[in-house]
Design a protein around this ligand. Structure first.
Ligand code: AMP
Length: 419
């Protein structure tokens, strides 16, 4: 027996209500803020992600699904979507459009990760990107959008974890401080962190290994070592978020896993759990466009994980809007009613009435049982006599009543009635 590959899952029809709810809320909120949807390919040139996500990151080093196609090109299933959105911005000359360009996306991402609850190898993200404006107001709006999305879903007790990691200039000075600090605690660090000390010292700050926690607790904070411009930017942002009254928690340990971030970084955390189960996160990436070969262009964005959000929607027992069930079942008895039944179901659907046809000949009892299981409100029954005189037997499943009438009036009766 085949099974879905490890770290992937089927999303079954009965789960659809969750997906529709989360994705529908995402599109609605993003469009309320004036963002347009962008759909980029599921795979891109490998080098886009190596440059865009960063050579020292776990994503590039351990988690990419990279393959060579039959033409010999190295391609990678997208592990995230920001680099692809910026590639599209450059490719389509979006710099000549009014700035900033605001985009959102919904789609599958791929990371070769150790599967567990809320961590898959194929997962789905809703994300937003705003490209072409570096003002702190943009950061505030992006965080507000993320917040309104989670609020719109009805999720409670979330927090916005916020930090600033500065620009490359203030980061250089901060890196030196960090390396100095951690070098003096080298014996206490885990193996990964000793390696990161040379490659990406910022990432030591979000190591989860208990062994490293004492050294992390006494490490300097990036937000205390910002250059004047970055400090001003962060100060303005905090003031704006304060005015918006969002539950912001300043978190000096928040650095995020991707190399391209500058200044603002943030995550949305569910109640009582840490970054491992973040519902979403993002930040500013003012140096990324240059990295990808464009002119210096400010940008900021975030991504949220739909599977994780659905787990939280279920855990918080949020009431979802009901997905409509078909309101009509068309049953038939006898060969000569078979085609008229198909046509009658078609007529119903063409008027917008969701209808399910009985397909194989079965006893009326079996057909009514099927109709009951589907939860339809009405069944139309066509037999020899109904075919002969152009009528239909209508059965009101809820009230267990039935009567015979002209097909036209029976269909009209269903129009204003909800199933
Ligand atoms: P990241 O791009 O790593 O910041 O991820 C943004 C969001 O995507 C996270 O907060 C998660 O909600 C979700 N996410 C990231 N990786 C995975 C994964 N392997 N499985 C499921 N969701 C994920």
């Amino acid at each position: 027996m085949y099974q879905a590959p490890r770290g992937t899952q089927d999303i079954l029809p009965e789960d659809e209500k969750y997906w529709r709810y989360v994705e529908g809320t995402a599109s609605r909120v993003a469009e309320l803020f004036g963002y347009g949807r962008i759909r980029t390919p599921t795979f891109e040139d490998t080098s886009l992600f190596v440059r865009g996500v960063g050579e020292t990151t776990d994503i590039v080093n351990k988690e990419m699904y990279t393959f060579q196609d039959k033409g010999g090109d190295s391609l990678t299933l997208r592990p995230e979507n920001t680099a692809a959105v910026l590639r599209a911005y450059l490719e389509h000359g979006f710099a000549s459009r009014p700035q900033p360009v605001k985009m959102y996306y919904l789609g599958s991402m791929y990371r070769y990760d150790r599967p567990q609850a809320g961590r898959l190898r194929e997962f789905h993200q809703f994300g937003c990107e705003v490209v072409g404006d570096g003002a702190p107001t943009v950061d505030a709006e992006v965080i507000m959008l993320a917040w309104r999305f989670f609020e719109g879903l009805g999720l409670r007790e979330l927090t916005v974890q916020l930090n600033s990691i500065g620009c490359p200039e203030c980061r250089r000075a901060f890196h030196r401080l960090l390396v100095e600090h951690f070098a003096s605690h080298k014996e206490e660090l885990c193996e990964d962190c000793r390696r990161r000390l040379d490659t990406n010292p910022l990432r030591l700050l979000d190591c989860k290994n208990p062994q490293c926690q004492p050294a992390i607790a006494t490490a300097p904070s990036s937000a205390d070592h910002l250059c004047e411009a970055c400090a001003q930017h962060f100060g303005d942002l905090k003031e704006m978020l304060g005015a918006l009254d969002l539950p912001v928690v300043l978190n000096p340990r928040l650095v995020r896993g991707l190399d391209y971030y500058t200044r603002t970084v943030f995550e949305i955390w569910p109640p009582a759990v840490g970054a491992q189960s973040a519902l979403g996160g993002g930040g500013r990436y003012d140096i990324l466009m240059e990295e990808l070969g464009g002119k210096p262009t400010a940008g900021i964005g975030f991504a949220t994980g739909i599977e994780r959000i659905i787990l939280n929607v279920q855990a918080q027992e949020i009431q979802l809007p009901e997905v409509a069930v078909p309101c009509l079942y068309v049953a038939f008895m006898g060969d000569q009613a078979r085609i008229p039944a198909l046509l009658l179901a078609d007529q119903a659907r063409r008027r917008g009435i969701p209808a399910v046809s009985a397909l194989s000949p079965r006893s009326l009892k079996a057909q009514m049982k099927h109709a009951n299981n589907l939860g339809v409100r009405y069944a139309f029954i066509l037999g020899e006599q109904e075919v002969a005189d152009g009528t239909v037997t209508v059965r009101d499943m809820a009230e267990s009543r039935q009567w015979q009438e002209a097909r036209e009036t029976a269909l009209t009766r269903l129009l204003p009635t909800k199933g």
